[in-house]
Design a protein around this ligand. Structure first.
Ligand code: FES
Length: 159
């Protein structure tokens, strides 16, 4: 046996209570969305760490166990909010350079077999010992940092 409920006539469509209810729900949903978007933006902009990093206030980074980096290899690390590169050169010397290409800011890579730092974006190359731009479009050398190797870690300092 099938029972159908009679449809109520839609006479309340414009009633103030329904209108108010819809306005309240719409406002609540809108506030929820605004909070979901606005809170992370607020936290990012208000973060003192992010502000300090954005201002380049990070002047020193200690890399645990980086002293174990084999000769002829490199590691990329975050120096403030930018990538940097610690290189243990084949001759045993250490160097730390910005890993941001001076042409259009691509991240560069150390290529020990070719004894160069290479930017794959436009083929720019740099000398790994000095950071000097050697060929391609980069207009200036990579920023160079001071390196202090101690047992158990390597400390890189912005000069
Ligand atoms: S961004 Fe590195 S060569 Fe263009």
């Amino acid at each position: 046996m099938k029972t159908e409920l009679p449809l109520a006539p839609d006479t309340d469509t414009g009633s103030p209570s329904r209108r108010v209810f819809i306005q309240v729900v719409t406002a609540a949903v809108g506030c929820g969305y605004a909070g979901m978007i606005g809170y992370p933006v607020y936290k990012y902009l208000a973060s003192p760490i992010e502000k300090a990093e954005a201002a380049g206030a990070v002047s020193e980074v200690t890399l645990p166990k980086a002293d174990e980096l084999p000769k002829g290899s490199a590691t990329i690390f975050k120096f403030g909010n930018k990538p940097a590169m610690l290189i243990h050169l084949p001759n045993g010397e250490w160097t730390a350079l910005s890993a941001v290409c001076t042409h259009l800011a691509c991240t560069v890579q150390y290529e020990p077999e070719k004894e160069r730092i290479y930017c794959a974006c436009h083929g720019g190359t740099y000398d790994p010992a000095s950071g000097k731009n050697v060929s391609g479009p980069p207009p200036r050398p990579l920023d160079r940092f001071q390196v202090k190797v101690q047992p158990g870690s390597v400390t890189v300092t912005r000069s």
